[in-house]
Ligand binder design. Structure first.
Ligand code: 1HN
Length: 345
């Protein structure tokens, strides 16, 4: 049948809001994932002065959250860093308050700068120091502050685009700027972060489906990676990588975002690997370059990189590197479509 005859048929479908699958099938379900997001690097040297400039424009309280969004160039105006992940850089100046609120998206923080920031999450306060990974579960009250005399800066990671797909993004403001505190500082880490667990009760779910360790201090993570690396040759694709886990069930620390840290010694490089999950990488320490598909970026500490799914990725370390990652992998795994390929060594 000629294309004109077919087209005439298609035209008669459209008033009924119907369309032929066979015209779009190969694009709808291609042989390989085709991410729309592009690999991208945000240099902290570019971000920091602009972020500090925003600090003179408005207070954290006025802003509610004073954040520069790291928006993927493929998604202008869409407030997303990859197809499924949001990332931004947040600033709190000394004495400021980011007022208490809660929302359906889950958030994570990876601390870039400062030693005296704090956040309160679901009734417990924690100091936030450079390199710490902190969890804000869905619908948990949270407020932030800064008791030091310099700026506190962190990377925010949220699952907003995922919840956006389900049209389930919403929030609520607290009546008070700061939420009430129910437990002493360090309580969660003491009960769950020492290879110990409460013998009784339901405290294991104090943070819902998230790990009850809501702050993973960098000092411990770093030490674990350094010690683990002594006992093994680095994996060709992953170097030395440890994931942040929920001690209650051994799974990922959060229900919608996977997090891990990779340590690569200076002079080493990884063999390309690709996987369906998209990710955001933040440099805790070290210098080197990362290759993602056709793009290669040189990185230095506190830089942030968007890594779309299914791009061959590898890392070249020129000095000892500690790299933080968050990704949507946990969702791919739960839904049964996670795939990974590793190039032969
Ligand atoms: C939010 O609540 C925070 O609590 C950061 O620090 C970034 C981006 C979108 C929506 C809510 C925070 C956010 C956010």
């Amino acid at each position: 049948m000629s294309q004109e005859v077919r087209q005439e048929f298609y035209d008669r479908l459209s008033p009924y809001s119907m369309t032929p699958l066979w015209e779009v099938l190969s694009g709808l379900v291609p042989p390989e994932p085709r991410p729309k997001a592009v690999p991208y690097l945000w240099k902290y040297a570019d971000v920091r002065p602009l972020l500090l400039e925003s600090g003179a424009l408005l207070t954290a309280e006025e802003a509610e959250r004073r954040v520069l969004v790291l928006e993927n160039p493929s998604y202008p105006g869409e407030t997303r860093t990859t197809a499924s992940l949001y990332a931004g850089i947040q600033l709190i100046l000394p004495g400021e308050v980011a007022p208490a609120h809660r929302h359906t998206p889950s958030a994570l923080r990876f601390l870039l700068e400062g030693e005296q920031g704090f956040t309160a999450v679901g009734g417990e306060r924690t100091i936030m120091r450079a390199g710490d990974f902190i969890i804000t579960p869905a619908w948990a009250w949270h407020d932030h502050g800064n008791e030091g005399d310099g700026p506190v800066v962190w990377l925010d990671g949220l699952d907003i685009p995922m919840l956006g797909f389900y049209e389930s993004v919403f929030m609520e403001g607290h009546n008070d700027q700061r939420q009430g505190i129910a437990r002493p500082e360090g309580d969660s880490l003491a009960r769950f972060g020492e290879g110990l667990m409460p013998i009784d009760g339901d405290e294991a779910h104090r943070y819902g489906q998230n790990s009850p360790i809501f702050n993973y201090p960098y000092e411990r993570t770093r030490e674990a990676l350094v010690t683990a690396a002594k006992g093994e040759d680095p994996d060709p694709h992953l170097a030395t990588t440890l994931r942040y886990s929920n001690p209650v069930d051994g799974g990922w620390a959060m229900p919608t975002m996977s997090t891990w840290m990779t340590r690569i010694k200076g002079g080493q490089e990884t063999t390309p690997i690709r996987s369906t999950d998209s990710m955001v990488m933040a440099v805790a320490e070290g210098e080197g370059s990362v290759t993602i598909g056709d793009a290669t970026f040189s990185f230095t500490p506190k830089d942030v990189v968007a890594v779309p799914g299914w791009q061959w990725r590898s890392i070249q370390a020129s000095s000892d590197c500690f790299l933080f990652f968050f990704s949507d992998r946990v969702v791919h795994e739960k839904l049964g479509f996670f795939r990974e390929e590793r190039q032969a060594v």
